[in-house]
Structures are given as C-alpha cells and as structure tokens.
Write a protein that binds this ligand. Structure first.
Ligand SMILES: Nc1ncnc2c1ncn2[C@@H]1O[C@H](COP(=O)(O)OP(=O)(O)O)[C@@H](O)[C@H]1O
Ligand SMILES: [Mg+2]
Length: 369
C-alpha cells in the first residue's frame, strides 16, 4: 500500500477558510489561476513531515489573515504502519502542536510514519545560490531516510547558538565550552554520517534506474578548510577553533559549514554551470532517485510535492516525468495553472480545481480530463 493522504482538511490556514478533499492513492493535480491557493494547499501537506513545512514559515505566518485566529490542518494518512489520523494545530500564532491518533506526539514519530519530498520554483536557483539552500535540500533528502536526522540537527543548532553566544561575549574559560562542544560533536558526527549514507543510497538508486532524467554526481564538501567528521575529531576541532571563532563571533567548523557539490554526470559539467533547464532536470532526477531508494528502504514511495513543475518542461519531458511518477506509485501533489499541463497523465491521476470565491477558496473534484 503506497503512503498517501486519503483525506486532507484545512481550517483558517493561509488563504483557505475551510477546505476538505478526499484523494485516493494516485497523484493529485491541483489546477487553477495564479493566487488561487494551490501552493498554500501543498504547503499544508508539507506539514506532515517534521520541520516548519516547505516555506519554513512560522505558525503565525500560516494563520489566515486578517482574522489571525490560529489554524488547523489534519489528515488521514495511509502508512506502512496502517492508517493514522494526524493533526496540526496552532492557536493564535503559538507553535504548532502535532497529534497522532489524538495523542500529542513528538516530531520524530511523524518522521518515522511519513516520508515527504518537495520541489518548489524557489529551488530553481538552488545550484547557483548560497550553500544554505543546498544544505537544506540535502538534509530534506537525508531526513527522508533517517527520521532521527531532524532531532540531531535541532540539537546541534541549539548547542551551536549557545556556543556562538559565548563567542560573542568573548568568554575564554574552557569550562563553558566543554559540554556544548561535546553535544555538537556527538550530533554533528551523526548529521555527517546520515548525510553520507543518504548520498550513497541516492547514488545507488541513480545507477540502477532507467530514467530519462540526467544523473547528478553529488559530493559533500566543506565551504572552506578541512571537514572533521568523527565525533572525537569534531570535538578536537571545535576546541582548537575557539580563539579563531571568538575573533569572528561564530563557529567556523562543523557540518553547518558543509556544501553539496553537484555535477551533471554524463557531461562532467558542474550543476551550477549547466543550463537552467538542465539544473531543474537534475533536481527532478534527484527527487525521483530519492523516492526510488525509499521504496526499498521504507517500503513505500514518499509523498512528493511538485509545485509548478510541469510549466518548465517540454511535452516529452513532462510525459517522462508522469510515467516515472506513475511507475513509482507515489502520491505526487502537482500544481499548475491549467489542466492541459497534465494531459499526458490522463486517468493515472485525480484532478482538483482550485478557485477563489467570496467565501474563501473552493476545491472541486474534476473528472474526465
Ligand atoms: N496568512 C495568509 N492569510 C491570508 N492569505 C494569505 C496568507 N498567506 C498567503 N496568502 C494569500 O494566498 C494567496 C494564494 O497563494 P498561493 O497558494 O501561493 O497561490 P497559487 O494558487 O498561485 O499557488 C495569495 O494571494 C496570498 O496573498
Ligand atoms: Mg503557487
């Protein structure tokens, strides 16, 4: 049974007052004019994975304006562990609460149950912009394999923030640093090994796949200097870096300084130097490979969110993408301005039209496209 939502209910979330849809396991197409609320809908789906969702927005930003009452997103999700009733709620801008089958539940559990990947228009410049976006992309892929990755990252970042505060205050007493650095070393080593394992699985999946999308060769690199990776090495490196770090007011060594280097494999050209279309194709290829690897690893394809992905592909590439998604058996949520972008999918998907009305947005099931 593929992982999928079979009900999604949204209240007071972004532009949506109240929306409910009941999809089956097939890919979901959302079409409608600009501003109708398609991206907001898939943002709600992105909450079913640990973190702040695909726009990294605060609970406050997600609340429907101007009322600002708080919001609720809930869904019935078919998972390899059975049907789960999952709900997210934020009251008046407070951080969202997660409930699974009506019990407050930590995010790590959510990460075990639901695997979710996304590709957004804002990621079109991923290969040419700063390392942070690529790191986030890598960590999203890594989290899909290792549900503990999210918690390790949070713990690491919290310890680093505290260490950075000491650095800024020019604290020199080693005693203040020790516990924080030990924590950073422990979680940092896990972050690194998770990332490396994820890259290996994706590389294997790329090698085994017959796909019309180009393979990307990926490497983890350090933005500058060396990359201590084991727990003990990382602890030593942090200790040795203290004076340098005090001078710059931040931590200069560790996995938060890593970058993902991508090469268009068959051409040997760095992703950053590839054409805009090639860069997008590489990202699609990676998401598909990641999804294929999860079928073996997790037992089901992940839920995939593809925002406005069809618009940038020619008809042949589009047909290839739809074939590969159908073969995966993934519930891929795809948006586009009109149904004509999805003709090649035919009855392999289900269609919902998103329109704006006086009473908020309406989402209407459309058949026979
Ligand atoms: N918190 C919010 N409250 C009310 N409206 C919002 C909120 N956040 C975004 N919007 C509105 O949602 C509308 C639809 O956005 P979006 O889902 O991106 O549309 P599209 O269908 O083009 O993907 C936008 O016009 C935006 O102004
Ligand atoms: Mg949109």
């Amino acid at each position: 049974m593929p992982l999928h939502l079979n009900r999604l209910t949204i209240s007071h979330f972004r532009s949506h007052l109240h929306v409910s849809l009941e999809p089956d396991a097939r890919p979901v197409v959302l079409f409608g004019p600009n501003g109708a609320g398609k991206t907001n809908l898939i943002e709600a789906v992105s909450l079913f994975s640990p973190g702040r969702g695909m726009r990294r927005a605060s609970a406050q930003d997600m609340t429907r304006r101007p009322e600002s009452l708080g919001w609720k997103v809930s869904g019935l999700v078919e998972t390899p562990e059975g049907l789960q009733d999952i709900a997210f709620q934020s009251e008046q801008g407070t951080p969202r609460q997660v409930r699974i089958n009506d019990k407050p539940t930590p995010q790590t559990r959510l990460g075990e149950l639901v695997r979710l990947l996304w590709l957004l228009p804002s990621m079109d410049r991923l290969w040419i912009e700063g390392a942070e976006g690529r790191r986030r992309f890598l960590d999203r892929m890594t989290l899909s394999f290792f549900p503990n990755h999210g918690e390790a990252s949070l713990t690491y970042e919290k310890a680093m923030r505290e260490r950075n505060r000491l650095l800024k205050d020019q604290v020199r007493d080693p005693a203040w640093y020790k516990a924080l650095e030990a924590q950073m070393a422990r979680t940092g080593a896990l972050i690194h090994s998770n990332r490396m394992d994820a890259l290996e699985r994706i590389a294997d999946a790329q090698q085994q796949a017959s796909t019309s999308f180009p393979a990307a060769q990926l490497d983890l690199i350090q933005t500058e200097g060396e990359m201590p990776v084991g727990e003990a090495d990382l602890r030593t490196a942090l200790e040795e870096s203290r004076f340098r770090d005090i001078a710059s007011g931040r931590t200069l060594v560790g996995p938060h300084r890593a970058d993902l280097y991508g090469v268009f494999a068959t051409k040997g050209v760095p992703a950053a130097d590839s054409s805009t279309g090639e860069q997008k194709a590489l990202l699609i290829s990676l998401v598909l490979s990641n999804a294929r690897a999860l079928v073996d690893d997790f037992g089901a394809a992940p839920i995939v969110l593809l925002d406005e992905v069809a618009a940038h592909l020619d008809a042949t590439r589009r047909a290839a993408l739809y074939d590969e998604i159908s073969a995966l058996g993934a519930q891929a949520w795809m948006t586009g301005t009109g149904p004509e972008l999805f003709t090649e999918l035919g009855s392999r998907a289900q269609y919902f039209e998103v329109t704006e009305t006086d009473k908020g947005t309406a989402v209407t099931k459309r058949g026979g496209l």
